[in-house]
Design a protein around this ligand. Structure first.
Ligand code: GPP
Ligand code: MG
Length: 295
């Protein structure tokens, strides 16, 4: 079994938020950007994700023990807080160190990046912890994740400051809401069993997956507007958003049989990891002045 710290921090699951950060970085960076800011941003991201997952492990301790290993980066019953390898107090200290570090590295970049990091740290906390514990509130779970993804996307954009386009920001926010839906549907059976009232439990898997079609129409409409008003870089990005969202919505709906969504986690993790890597490489090439985008 993996080390207890890897099971506590769950780095594979960070890929879901690495996508918006990398996309923001790739689109926002220029050859004038400060390379140290790029490094600090990714360190701040690692600290933020670590904080979120430690807090989540604490908040979910009593429910994770019932997990059967399905549709996740790991069997949550092997969580070190569940197995007793790490105490809650220890986890809390680890979480505080990561919280502080995320803010420190963000501070080294800019006030704006710091503010966004503070916001996503707060989202990470209120998502998992009482009294809010938004992960158990219908719509609250989707909004909390989509707003966090959007805030980290804007943080990524802010490193270089290029392409801060409100139409794109709106499109990516709705896209983030769509992408969260299947993940909450794959958890449906488990969440229902342990009494968590997520969006999928409240609305039912079929209805919430059908809502993806409606949101996809909105994303495609905004994506077309973005395509028409933008330069070459955002035109390509708009196409990527449109095609990926349509395919993802169709695949997710096709894979629902009865009440169960047969969507392996790799349907999300592998493309997200590949797209993130592409954006990071693209961003580095722009930073080095090897790709020049004329505006
Ligand atoms: C796990 O949530 C997800 C996170 C800890 C990231 C949330 C971060 C935000 C900033 C909103 P979960 O408990 O719903 O899923 P799992 O069952 O995989 O732990
Ligand atoms: Mg959890």
């Amino acid at each position: 079994m993996k080390s207890k710290y890897i099971r506590l921090l769950r780095p594979i699951a960070w890929i879901t938020f690495l996508f918006p950060l990398s996309a923001g970085f790739g689109l926002g960076v220029t050859s004038k950007s400060n390379p140290f800011h790029v490094i600090f941003a990714f360190i701040a991201f690692i600290c933020w994700m670590s904080f979120c997952f430690v807090i989540n492990a604490i908040g979910d301790k009593e429910v994770d023990k019932f997990h059967d290993g399905r549709s996740k980066d790991m069997n949550l019953a092997h969580q070190p807080l569940v197995t007793g390898e790490i105490t809650e107090k220890e986890a809390l200290y680890i979480g505080m160190i990561f919280l502080f570090s995320s803010l420190l590295f963000a501070w080294l970049i800019s006030y704006f990046f710091f503010l966004l990091m503070l916001i996503v740290d707060v989202f990470g906390y209120v998502y998992s912890m009482p009294p809010m514990r938004f992960k158990t509130k219908p719509i609250g779970d989707i909004l909390c994740n989509a707003l966090s993804a959007e805030a980290i996307f804007i943080a990524g954009l802010s490193i270089g400051g290029a392409n801060m386009n409100p139409v794109m920001i709106l499109a990516t926010f709705i896209m983030a809401s769509i992408f969260y839906i299947p993940t909450v549907v794959t958890d449906h059976e488990f969440d229902k069993k342990v009494g968590l009232k997520t969006s999928a439990v409240f609305f039912g898997p079929k209805k919430i997956l059908q809502a993806m079609y409606l949101l996809t129409v909105v994303v495609v409409t905004i994506g077309i507007i973005l395509f028409l008003i933008s330069g070459i870089e955002l035109k390509i990005f708009a196409l990527l958003i449109i095609i990926y969202t349509i395919v993802f919505t169709l695949v997710s709906n096709i894979k629902l049989k009865e009440e169960r969504l047969y969507l392996h986690e790799n349907w999300i993790l592998v493309p997200f990891a590949l797209i993130s890597a592409t954006f990071v490489i693209y961003g580095i090439l722009k930073l080095l002045g090897l790709i020049i985008i004329s505006s």
